[in-house]
Design a binder for this molecule. Structure first.
Ligand SMILES: N=CN[C@@H](CCC(=O)O)C(=O)O
Ligand SMILES: [Zn+2]
Length: 405
């Protein structure tokens, strides 16, 4: 039997139970292999388990939280789009740049031109930045390849990250992200192709979920439905880039397919919120994209809260709309821009982020959960959303093992 490890003398924000933060003042955690086996007040540690402890760490009264979950990223791509950023600062809109063949399509060209090694090297550097902030689970979408070959390459790079780094990686197939140039004027043919490639990508073990960009510069609800039907036929869960720039009714469509999450949601309607609530779909809020596009329409936070729709927070890291690589900064933005409470923001980057990926074994500190947790140089968890531009993450334990970067 694997030995038990004791982590003592910590303040725990377990995010478990009904008390604020799931707070435990003098907390102790027991882990065995990659799992947490006991969490509680030090004084309540069962004597039988205490006897089995082989390793013991005194955390010196530090704050402990679950490892962070970044549930929406586009981490694998070639090139960058700083020139497009300048164009937008001079007045060009994101949509106009996309319609002129730039935007996502310019990253597709740079991604296709990059070698597997280059894609892996740049994605590894980005993953290191996320991990430095305490991220232990990350979702990585394809969507900058847009051919069967290039989508497979990008998904393979994402899988490789999960095998080579101390990081859990979930992959999402986003073939329906934009129309590649070779399909110009033939969007429906491209949607057919996206659906046709899906079984082979899935058979290679490259796909955990399927996503689409339902938008007037992306794919229509009818085209999105076809992508979702193909996913359903393979038993794959779906997610959606929904109502980012306009209300397409995408959230209700995604909810009809039991979507894990709908993401962005600046233009989400009341009926979309109700549909998400009924389906148990998570609202993934992306303050980095809202900020970087200098958007002025806020997602309907109060209504989401009122309907009890769980809200997750993610970086949406991508070269066009959210080049940031700090999930902690997103916690701050979720509070300052979207008016989430610091506790909602932390739950969004842990337990609700995990749920947006269909993962129920992480995001809280509780027996049976993965032993993914962070030790912070902070007094209180509200400081995670308070500080920005500085990193208080002192140690990260991923799958029960101390992570060194
Ligand atoms: N909105 C669509 N997809 C990305 C942006 C991709 C890009 O501009 O390269 C997003 O989530 O914001
Ligand atoms: Zn995205």
């Amino acid at each position: 039997m694997t030995a038990l490890t004791l982590w003592r003398n910590a303040k725990l924000a377990t995010l478990q139970g009904s008390t604020p933060w799931g707070w435990i003042e003098d907390g102790t955690l027991l882990t065995q292999g990659d799992r947490i086996v006991w969490v509680g007040e030090a004084s309540a540690l069962p004597a039988a388990q205490a006897k089995q402890v082989e390793d013991e760490y005194d955390l010196g009264g530090a704050l402990l939280t679950p490892g962070l979950v970044d549930c929406h990223t586009h981490l694998v791509y070639g090139g960058q789009r700083a020139a497009e950023f300048e164009q937008r600062l001079q007045g060009a809109s994101y949509e106009a740049i996309a319609r002129a063949g730039g935007g996502i399509r310019s990253t597709v060209a740079a991604t296709r031109a990059a070698s597997d090694e280059e894609l892996l090297a740049s994605a590894t550097r980005r993953a290191h930045s996320l991990m430095a902030d305490g991220v232990t689970t990350v979702e990585i979408k394809s969507g900058y390849g847009l051919s069967e070959w290039d989508e497979a390459r990008c998904l393979r790079v994402a899988r490789t990250l999960g095998q080579t780094l101390p990081l859990s990686v979930r992959t999402t197939y986003l073939g329906a992200h934009a129309l590649p140039p070779e399909f110009a004027g033939r969007t429906d043919d491209y949607v057919d192709a996206v659906c046709t490639w899906m079984p082979a990508l899935h058979a290679q073990g490259l796909v955990d979920a399927v996503d689409a960009f339902c938008e007037n510069i992306g794919f229509t609800p009818a085209q999105t439905r076809r992508v979702f039907e193909a996913a359903r036929a393979l038993g794959l869960p779906v997610k959606l880039h929904a109502e980012q720039l306009s209300d397409q009714g995408g959230a209700a469509l995604a909810a009809e397919f039991g979507a894990l999450s709908c993401d962005h949601l600046e233009h989400l309607s009341e009926s979309g919120i109700r549909a998400m609530h009924t389906a148990g779909t998570v609202a993934v809020l992306l303050p980095g994209a809202y900020y970087f596009l200098r958007d002025t329409t806020l997602p309907p936070i109060d209504a989401l809260r009122a309907h009890g729709v769980p809200m997750a927070i993610a970086t949406d890291h991508n070269p066009g709309t959210s080049p940031g690589l700090s999930l902690l900064l997103m916690l701050n933005m979720a509070c300052t821009l979207f008016r989430l409470t610091p506790e909602e923001a932390l739950r969004g980057a842990t337990v609700h982020g995990a749920r947006a990926l269909g993962l129920h074994d992480r995001g809280t500190l509780a027996a049976g959960q993965r032993a993914d947790f962070c030790v912070w140089d902070l007094e209180h968890p509200n400081e995670l959303a308070y500080w920005f531009g500085h990193n208080p993450c002192r140690r990260t334990i991923a799958g029960g093992l101390e992570r060194t970067l």
